[in-house]
Design a protein around this ligand. Structure first.
Ligand SMILES: NC(=O)c1ccc[n+]([C@@H]2O[C@H](COP(=O)([O-])OP(=O)(O)OC[C@H]3O[C@@H](n4cnc5c(N)ncnc54)[C@H](OP(=O)(O)O)[C@@H]3O)[C@@H](O)[C@H]2O)c1
Length: 202
């Protein structure tokens, strides 16, 4: 069965966006508010990504990043991530994966390449699994990841941990009703980022 995972660039104090992330105009990383440096490692290297045009990473980061990108067959993104990413211009965050956006509200601007789900995280992940086929489902947004953890639907958490304390912003993890045990599968230090891959123990 395909896996459900999330991979986020996160500060050491646990934020996936900085302050005031509501204005995504101004280009790559601006949807992160005052913390565009969370994405610097996507562009600071010499190794072109095989999955994403214009990404040039360090060699270890390219290896990790492209392996993850290759796993993704569909994406479930939270409404806030979708808004802060300027709706990905009517497309999605991944070159080939189908996008599902989780929200409680209508989204009349959506294109035929995007699907709105308003009936909850389990339905969103089920629809994404079907679209993904043999591939995996990627989750985007702290709220969505937390909802999926609450529902016991997450297999892996990947933190691309950037060495900065942002001091505020949008947290990766929100309140959970109980502990979630993790097992570290891989830790790869790279220039400007450490890649931490955890399995959710169930
Ligand atoms: N650093 C990174 O790698 C990275 C990656 C992805 C995103 N981000 C950033 O993360 C931020 C967004 O994360 P976030 O945690 O604030 O929000 P989010 O998870 O993207 O979206 C939260 C929204 O999703 C909808 N939602 C969540 N659970 C739902 C449910 N069970 N049923 C229906 N709708 C549900 C709700 O939308 P409604 O209010 O419409 O109902 C909720 O307000 C953005 O700033 C984005 O740029 C960073």
């Amino acid at each position: 069965m395909s896996k459900v995972f999330s991979a986020h660039a996160v500060s050491v104090d646990g934020y996936i966006s900085g302050r005031d992330p509501s204005d995504p105009s101004g280009g790559f990383g601006r949807g992160l508010g005052d913390a565009p440096m969370l994405f610097d490692w996507y562009r600071d290297g010499d190794t072109p990504s095989r999955a994403f045009d214009n990404f040039r990473l360090s060699e270890p980061s390219a290896r990790i990043f492209d392996a993850l990108a290759g796993r993704v067959g569909a994406v479930v993104a939270g409404r806030t991530t979708y808004e802060h990413s300027s709706h990905w211009g009517g497309d999605g965050p991944h070159p080939t994966a189908r996008l599902f956006v989780l929200s409680h509200r209508p989204a009349p601007e959506m294109t035929e390449r995007q699907t709105l789900i308003t009936t909850g995280i389990a339905d969103a992940i089920a629809a994404a699994r079907e679209a993904a086929g043999d591939k995996d489902v990627g989750l985007m947004g702290g709220g969505v990841v937390t909802e999926a953890l609450r529902a016991g639907l997450v297999d892996e958490l990947i933190l691309h941990q950037v060495p900065i304390l942002l001091g505020g912003g949008r947290p990766f993890f929100q309140e959970l009703p109980e502990h979630v045990e993790l097992r570290l599968i891989e830790a790869v230090p790279a220039p400007g980022v450490t890649h931490l891959r955890y399995e959710v123990v169930r």
